[in-house]
Design a protein around this ligand. Structure first.
Ligand SMILES: *[C@@H]1O[C@H](CO)[C@@H](O)[C@H](O)[C@H]1NC(C)=O
Ligand SMILES: *[C@@H]1O[C@H](CO)[C@@H](O)[C@H](O)[C@H]1NC(C)=O
Ligand SMILES: *[C@@H]1O[C@H](CO)[C@@H](O)[C@H](O)[C@H]1NC(C)=O
Ligand SMILES: *[C@@H]1O[C@H](CO)[C@@H](O)[C@H](O)[C@H]1NC(C)=O
Ligand SMILES: *[C@@H]1O[C@H](CO)[C@@H](O)[C@H](O)[C@H]1NC(C)=O
Ligand SMILES: *[C@@H]1O[C@H](CO)[C@@H](O)[C@H](O)[C@H]1NC(C)=O
Ligand SMILES: *[C@@H]1O[C@H](CO)[C@@H](O)[C@H](O)[C@H]1NC(C)=O
Length: 908
């Protein structure tokens, strides 16, 4: 029995020894195994024990039966055999009891051991878990620490850099205004009349400091004879003048004084009325003897007031018709005729480039001219018309009425200047050019550059009007024939730009006049662009603690990849208004003639600034630059620590447009925690119902600003909110799911293409053969032309243009459909830059998987988008979208690199 007990304990011990290697087995399996073994052992023991017992009992049974027989038969005297039997039975009983006791104690012990084992097991498991956890935490904290170390080094560097910066950012000097009325001049007036005027000799700059903002006083009284009645248009024009932001009511602080003059040549006693009108002029409140800083605007475009005998003295004359003899170059200004300029709504398509005729002329030239050159001109034209066998040229010299019918069918059309008298500029030429612009014909102005067109010092008319000198008329066919389709369409595009921007309405003409005097004559920068302010619904303030906290919790977020994407920085704004004077003084041509900028407004930043050469940032101009590896370059590690690139460090603002989807919004916000380079999150609350007061806005480490839109409009996505302090904007749908690395990569790509839309979901426009129109397409494709602004970066500049410069009809269509704002933005940017957008990363979808599908994803949504593309195309006169086959991935993406190097991004 002792043996068997030992056996048992050994088996148990062996099992304990065995458990160790099998610790990894699940406890359940383990229990079963244990119980099995336990039973086997018990059975084994039982077998042994019972075998002994049976052997004994067989013996005792035999004895007992004998004994019983004895007992039954006779009174049993105890013999030695019986005694021995009794002893053996007692012994047996004792042994059985003993064994039962042993069994009990063994099983107790087993139970104890088992529970101890279980406890130890649990302890080991939890300890090893903690070990793993701690190791993970350690590496995490280590990398955090590294990051913080790096960020501190960065901050120190920034501090040092700021201290070392020898040239502080200039602030604008205080506004300087003249304190009193202009003094009366004592100059001899006759000298002025004979010597003419330049800005230096005749203009008083002291009233117009660069910081004055160009205050302009407009006389309310028009200089005209009693009998004259103003047409409605002239009236409208003058009110447009008074609406201009430079308009002031205080004549004593004004820089320039505008006076309108209206003369009807047809008046019978014109010779009598001229001296009268002149005396009106010279008695104006601020005339000061010589009309310094006065601008005389002649409202009747068909007369030249100087020709009629009005003496402007030191005042600038603005009119359409100038006799060549007394136009003061660099002083007087040619303006478009005001009367014939009703805004025209008909928009001609730029395509097809070529129409039925290549070149046409229609007019009545049936008299003979005495001037030799003119005679020659007409003869040559007739000869050209006669010789050309093809249908390309159609000259009609005997047109009596409706002399514009032919031009609608032509690609180029000739404009002959008035041939009988010499003018510097003439309203008929201007009107003819505008007419051709409106119907999409390229004007060919015979007489070339001898004729000046409105604002010719600023506007480059050669980009939209073909100037041909009179002697070149014989070569005209060859010249126009050499123009390619793209040149022709480009000229039409430029014509539309010039016409829409400077001449389309009375307001734009007034604006152009103001800008021309301010910019071309006085070099004063434009007024800053208007920004939108809306009431706050919520704004969180930024503190360093919160930022670090948010960073910390972001690192522990499970759904984000653990990757160092940039240093921890506090939010800082982009620098603004650095080019007030360089743009105004040096880039006048660009301002007036390109679609990129305009002369009316000064923008805080534009995406078109010149880029520094890469050596400059190491040789004195390094302020704000964060070259990768301090200029030595590097792979993933160095890359993640510095922004690199060709522009100084900066941050971006996220704009989220939302409509009462609080849960989805909060989830999206939550995901932005600890995003590097983020400056601020602007939530545009598009619903009239306020967010519920118990919304718990998450702590992102950067401010969240929730502003109340005044109406539910998708255009609100693109407003120039004054809360946006960075150049880069990331526009996001409230349900957009973007990972941090994707956002940072997009931001880095945008920094290299600041004038483009850079984003994730690509779409394209496809030509519909059946209906000869455009279709919006969101299928997979290898070419794209739009990037949806539900997840895209663009420059803040475009928000000004979208809201205040772009055709109003586009914004109205967006509101009508509650759709297409992203198409409108892509049209705008491609129109301005003539570049396609840039798609980054391989992702096609970007919405969150669990979010409810938007109403907009149905068929009517697509129908509207088809219609939008076609409507916008008609407004622009062409489809500005361009196809691209380009996609940006990070440089080391899918490149084999040595093990000691890191990729730029782990997954991109
Ligand atoms: C540039 O113009 C803006 C807007 O008028 C002004 O705020 C800023 O101070 C100016 N900067 C300089 C250097 O003149
Ligand atoms: C301007 O003057 C012309 C003739 O000199 C006259 O026929 C015309 O009515 C006047 N007014 C306008 C608005 O052109
Ligand atoms: C005005 O005076 C000029 C000469 O000064 C003369 O030639 C012209 O005929 C006069 N015009 C009228 C309408 O009286
Ligand atoms: C046109 O050409 C024909 C001959 O081809 C000639 O008879 C005619 O006089 C020409 N007309 C003109 C206006 O040159
Ligand atoms: C010139 O043409 C016009 C119509 O445009 C007509 O009234 C006039 O009589 C013509 N003159 C000559 C000399 O043919
Ligand atoms: C936050 O909003 C309050 C009004 O709700 C406003 O007074 C305060 O100036 C705002 N703070 C910032 C930093 O914009
Ligand atoms: C997209 O592709 C599917 C099939 O590939 C086609 O049926 C559908 O018309 C396409 N959609 C558009 C807008 O072209």
């Amino acid at each position: 029995m002792v043996n068997s007990y030992l056996n048992l304990s050994c088996v148990i011990n062996a099992q304990v020894c065995l458990w160790r290697p099998f610790r990894m087995l699940s406890t359940r399996l383990y229990c079963i195994v244990f119980i099995l073994i336990f039973f086997v052992v018990l059975l084994f023991n039982h077998y042994y024990i019972s075998k002994n017992v049976v052997d004994d009992s067989i013996n005792s049974n035999i004895g007992a039966s004998n004994g019983l027989i004895h007992r039954h038969t006779s009174s049993p005297p105890f013999d030695s055999d019986d005694l021995e039997n009794v002893y053996r039975i007692d012994n047996l009983k004792y042994r059985i009891n003993e064994m039962l006791r042993i069994r009990g104690s063994v099983s107790n012990e087993l139970k104890n051991l088992e529970s101890k084992r279980q406890k130890l097991q649990n302890e080991i498991a939890s300890l090893s878990n903690r070990l793993v956890e701690t190791q993970y935490q350690l590496t995490k904290k280590q990398s955090d620490l590294n990051r913080v170390h790096f960020s501190v080094a960065q901050a120190e560097f920034t501090q040092k850099e700021t201290a070392l910066r020898n040239q502080p950012f200039l602030a604008r000097p205080i506004k300087l205004l003249p304190l009193s009325r202009p003094e009366i001049s004592s100059d001899n007036i006759n000298d002025l009349v004979t010597n003419g005027c330049t800005m230096t000799t005749c203009f008083d700059y002291s009233r117009c400091s660069l910081t004055s903002g160009f205050p302009t006083y407009v006389y309310s009284k028009i200089i005209k004879s009693e009998t004259t009645h103003l047409a409605f248009e002239e009236d409208a024009f003058m009110s447009a003048f008074r609406l201009n932001p430079h308009y002031t009511l205080d004549g004593s602080i004004a820089c320039v004084y505008v006076v309108f003059i209206y003369i009807e040549d047809a008046e019978i006693n014109i010779n009598l009325s001229i001296p009268l009108l002149q005396s009106f002029l010279h008695n104006l409140d601020y005339w000061s003897g010589d009309g310094r800083n006065h601008i005389i605007v002649n409202l009747n475009s068909s007369v030249d007031i100087i020709d009629l005998g009005i003496k402007p003295l030191r005042a600038l004359v603005l009119q359409s018709k100038f006799n060549a003899n007394h136009f003061r170059e660099g002083f007087d200004v040619i303006i478009p005729p005001l009367n014939s300029n009703q805004p025209q709504s008909s928009i001609q398509s730029n395509c097809p480039a070529r129409r039925k005729y290549l070149l046409t002329y229609q007019g009545s030239i049936n008299k003979s001219f005495s001037n030799f050159q003119t005679k020659k001109l007409i003869e040559t034209m007739r000869a050209i018309a006669n010789q050309t066998k093809s249908d390309e040229i159609n000259f009609d010299f005997n047109c009596a009425n409706n002399c514009k019918s032919l031009s609608t069918q032509s690609t180029f059309s000739l404009i002959l200047p008035p041939l009988e008298k010499w003018y510097k500029s003439h309203p008929e030429i201007i009107n003819d050019i505008f007419h051709l612009f409106k119907i999409g014909v390229v004007p060919v102005l015979i007489g070339g550059r001898d004729y000046k067109l409105p604002f010719h010092e600023a506007i480059d008319w050669r980009r939209s009007v073909l100037h041909v000198p009179i002697p070149r008329i014989s070569e005209i066919h060859f010249i126009v024939k050499s123009f390619s389709d793209s040149d022709i369409i480009d000229m039409r595009r430029q014509a539309k730009l010039i016409f829409d921007r400077y001449f389309s309405t009375h307001e734009t003409i007034a604006k152009t006049i103001f800008s021309f005097i301010r910019h071309q004559r006085l070099d004063i920068p434009a007024l800053p662009a208007k920004e939108d302010t809306y009431p706050f619904l919520y704004n969180s303030t930024y503190t360093v603690d919160k930022y670090l906290e948010a960073f910390d919790s972001a690192l522990n977020q499970e759904n984000e990849i653990d990757e160092n994407l940039g240093p921890i920085e506090s939010p800082f704004p982009s620098t603004t208004f650095q080019r007030n004077f360089s743009l105004t003084l040096c880039h006048g041509y660009y301002l007036w003639n390109s679609a990129h900028l305009n002369p009316f407004t000064l923008y805080p930043n534009t995406p078109f600034d010149p880029v520094l050469p890469s050596d400059a940032k190491f040789l004195g101009s390094g302020y704000g630059f964060r070259p990768i590896g301090q200029g030595a370059g590097g792979t993933g590690k160095e890359f993640s620590e510095a922004l690199g690139g060709n522009w100084p460090k900066e941050q971006f603002t996220i704009i989220i447009l939302t409509y009462e989807r609080e849960a989805i919004l909060l989830d999206s916000l939550q995901r932005l925690r600890g995003l590097p380079y983020l400056n601020k999150v602007l939530v545009i609350w598009n619903s009239p119902r306020k967010p519920s007061p118990d919304v718990k806005w998450p702590e992102l480490g950067v401010p969240i600003v929730v502003i109340a839109a005044d109406q539910n409009s998708l255009n609100n996505r693109f407003k120039p909110y004054n809360q946006i302090e960075t150049e880069a904007i990331l526009s996001m749908d409230d349900d957009a799911h973007l990972r941090h690395d994707e956002i940072i990569f997009g931001f880095r790509v945008w920094r290299e293409a600041r004038d483009r839309v850079v984003g994730f979901p690509g779409r394209y426009h496809a030509w519909d053969m059946n209906f000869n129109s455009w279709l919006y397409n969101s299928n997979y494709s290898c070419e794209l032309s739009m990037v949806l602004t539900g997840a895209a970066f663009f420059h803040k500049y475009y928000t000004y243009v979208y809201t205040y410069t772009m055709d109003k009809a586009i914004r109205e269509k967006v509101d009508e459909y509650m759709n297409c704002e992203d198409i409108a933005m892509n049209f705008l940017v491609s129109h301005i830059t003539r570049q396609p957008p840039i798609k980054v990363t391989s992702r096609w979808t970007f919405r969150c998987p669990g979010c409810p599908v938007r109403l907009s994803e149905d068929d009517s949504h697509f129908q509207e988008r088809h219609r939008c593309i076609n409507y916008f195309t008609s407004l622009y006169g062409y489809n500005p979208l361009l196809q691209t086959q380009f996609r940006a991935d990070s440089i080391l993406f899918k490149t084999r690199i040595p093990h000691d190097k890191q990729k730029c991004f782990k997954f991109l």
